[in-house]
Design a binder for this molecule. Structure first.
Ligand code: GLC
Length: 680
């Protein structure tokens, strides 16, 4: 087969939707298709054939078919990223890596490839339910985790994100996000074989393993960085290094600071390097230079390595930051999507079961692109974090108003049908108030003032607040104040329990359940942050651990309390109520086809301010999720159900019929959550 030969058959990204402005690579491809004068940048048929010589007939045919399907995506991405380089040679290098990766793939994983190709929407199934935790804080180590799989199954988990577990630098390492060696496992957790065995065991029990691919930076102690410091120019070029402050100062003019408290500025002077190196996060996390194609090849190899260990989803950590452009805030640059597309294509050729998840905690307007828009549709990540939804959930709970959420969530561009949101209430990070000023203005709010209100509410400083979060990274210049804390501390549950306040406990429980119902009913993969399923409070002693003292995100990264977990079936206890509540959400979700992630989600705008109603349209019938975000009784007109064809409204969550009174309004208890479908 010929890679060149695919040109006529493959989709022409420049054709079809003339109304969409051509992005740079679409333009390149378009020009190329139009002009014979432009040399073909695809690898030649002969060069590809020689790579496949060693394969047996079956494998050769497999790879040929995948190349036929996907190699143009690779070439297109490389043309955007490296127009000055020999794109054909680079594509060939990557195909060579993919072929080698495929050869190393185990029979079990090849079968998984087949299975996923037969069900490409596997991540969109309503039965998907996620959990995220640190291995050590949840179960000690990788072997210990194998003994805790029953617990996860009990909750209904089918997707497990284990926080960074590849070998980090010694000392502070940002919770493992400063990787020293991508091919080794953190020694206290086990080794690569343990990881491989765990992945296989989990798969056997219907759980997909998700790991981070930290690809914006490496630890200062990573081999590439060490060799750069030792004077090897090849490796110096893996980083953004400047001999003086001229360029750093020029970039700083438009760069924000991610950790203004403990890592101000975006560049760090390194004596050994004799230069300023780009360090967006901490000074020992060196940003890699994606404009260097050798970096792409290195990461492609790492992707293949992790996929062949049995990892099913890679979380592309801090992907938004990977491409730098002077005069911008160096996030969400168009090349970021080409980087993803290149890596994704390599994976598709070698190990198509592997899915990608974008960790882009960016403004609502930039978010959807990470699921593939325009020329990147269907070619980048399958999953992305819906941080906008998460922020709106907390905003609704604090204000008791849905006005802003209705506007903000309806203003989001349509989600690509192949894309799936990771819907979450909490994660291991702080909450940044990603509220768009235009959305706030449309709701009659001042953006900065509302963000300030939310920070004050969730840190408990605002009068009347029930929340007990901690302020993370207050930036007096921008007024930015992020928030740390577990779901139980932010919903007031933990504090009310400590005070033996039965009413407060009830309200906290209701808020916690409502928040999880809202994200579980959105139609992506709900991911529960470890400890929240038991209503664990924030850890008051978070600062005691070495290296954690400046980073209060550790307050909500506590060790799972197995004494609480032992009470998970006892409905008389708080852990029992929370666990069984979330378990119920997972169970009901799994049986509702409307929660397939490809179904369209639309927020209904005509409900009362205290009520959010979300319509999901599906061939098997509509579903309307209804949430009372206030502590008082609210009502919804039952015509909203009839309007979308639900003549016998039935709340699948509560298991009851929904009746309108004489006036046609149904009453919603404080913080009620209903998933309304056509009843039996
Ligand atoms: C991501 C992680 C965060 C980390 C950062 C740098 O945002 O979620 O915990 O600090 O990347 O790697």
């Amino acid at each position: 087969m010929s890679v060149q030969a695919t040109r006529a058959r493959s989709s022409d990204p420049a054709a079809g939707d003339g109304a969409v402005p051509l992005s740079r690579w679409r333009q390149v491809l378009f020009n190329q298709a139009m002009s014979d004068a432009v040399p073909d940048v695809r690898p030649t048929a002969e060069s590809v054939a020689s790579l496949l010589e060693e394969l047996d007939d079956h494998d050769r045919e497999t790879i040929e078919l995948r190349l036929e399907r996907w190699s143009d995506d690779l070439v297109a991405a490389l043309m955007v990223l490296y127009p000055e380089h020999d794109v054909a040679a680079l594509a060939l290098r990557l195909v060579q890596s993919a072929v080698a990766g495929h050869r190393r793939r185990s029979p079990e994983l090849r079968r998984l490839d087949q299975r996923r190709l037969l069900r490409p929407d596997w991540l969109q199934q309503p039965g998907m339910f996620g959990y995220a935790c640190y291995t050590d804080r949840f179960a000690g180590d990788l072997r210990g985790l194998r003994d805790r799989v029953d617990y996860l199954r009990d909750l209904g988990v089918s997707y497990l994100h284990l926080m960074p577990l590849l070998q980090p630098r010694d000392g502070d390492n940002d919770g493992g996000y400063a990787v020293q060696d991508y091919r080794a496992v953190r020694a206290d957790l086990g080794d690569v074989e343990d990881l491989q065995r765990l992945a296989s065991d989990l798969r056997g029990q219907g759980i997909s393993l998700v790991l981070d691919l930290v690809l914006n930076h490496v630890a200062r102690e990573h081999e590439w960085a060490s060799r750069a410091r030792a004077g090897e120019s090849h490796y110096r070029d893996y980083f953004h290094v400047y001999p003086d402050r001229v360029m750093p100062d020029a970039y700083e003019r438009t760069l924000p600071e991610v950790f203004p408290d403990f890592a101000p500025g975006n560049f760090t002077w390194d004596d050994e390097l004799e230069g300023w190196v780009w360090t967006t996060f901490n000074e020992w996390q060196w940003d890699v230079n994606w404009a260097n194609p050798d970096v792409l090849v290195e990461y492609a190899e790492i992707v293949l390595h992790l996929a062949n260990l049995g990892v099913e989803v890679l979380r592309l950590d801090a992907i938004a930051f990977t491409w730098k452009r002077l005069g911008t805030h160096c996030q969400n640059q168009p090349e970021v999507h080409a980087v993803t597309q290149a890596l994704r294509t390599v994976a598709r050729i070698a190990c198509p079961a592997l899915a990608f998840k974008a960790e882009a905690i960016v403004g609502p307007r930039d978010l959807v692109q990470y699921l593939g828009q325009g020329a990147h549709a269907g070619r980048v990540s399958d999953l992305a974090y819906h941080n906008s939804l998460m922020v709106q959930v907390w905003s609704m709970l604090a204000t008791g108003s849905t006005d802003l959420a209705k506007r903000a969530l309806s203003a989001l561009p349509t989600t690509p049908t192949s894309g799936t949101w990771i819907c979450y209430v909490r994660c291991h990070d702080d909450i940044g108030w990603a509220i768009d000023d235009a959305d706030a203005a449309a709701a009659g709010l001042d953006g900065p003032a509302h963000r300030r209100f939310l920070s004050n509410w969730y840190s408990g400083e605002h009068p009347g607040s029930w929340a007990h979060g901690l302020v993370f990274q207050h930036n007096p210049t921008t007024g930015d104040k992020r928030i740390s804390g577990t779901a139980a501390s932010l919903t007031g549950l933990a504090d009310a329990e400590t005070r033996h306040d039965a009413e407060g406990t009830g309200l906290g429980l209701a808020r916690l359940f409502l928040a999880h119902a809202l994200v579980a009913g959105w139609g992506g993969i709900p991911v529960v942050w470890s400890g929240d399923e038991l209503g664990m409070p924030s850890d008051p002693h978070w600062a005691r651990e070495l290296g954690h003292e400046d980073d209060n995100r550790w307050a909500h990264r506590e060790r799972l309390d197995w004494t609480l977990a032992a009470r998970r079936s006892d409905l008389e206890t708080v852990p029992g109520k929370v666990f069984q509540g979330l378990r119920h959400l997972a169970g009901v979700r799994a049986g509702l086809p409307q929660l397939h992630a490809s179904a369209l989600t639309r927020v209904l705008l005509e409900t009362d301010d205290g009520v959010l109603a979300v319509l999901r349209t599906h061939p098997s019938g509509a579903m309307v999720c209804v949430y009372n975000v206030t502590a008082s009784w609210q009502a919804i007109e039952v015509r909203h159900f009839a309007d979308v064809g639900i003549s016998q409204p039935f709340d699948a969550l509560g298991g009851h019929r929904v009746f309108g009174g004489a006036e046609g309004w149904a009453s919603l208890a404080p913080y009620a959550a209903w998933w309304v479908v056509q009843g039996p």
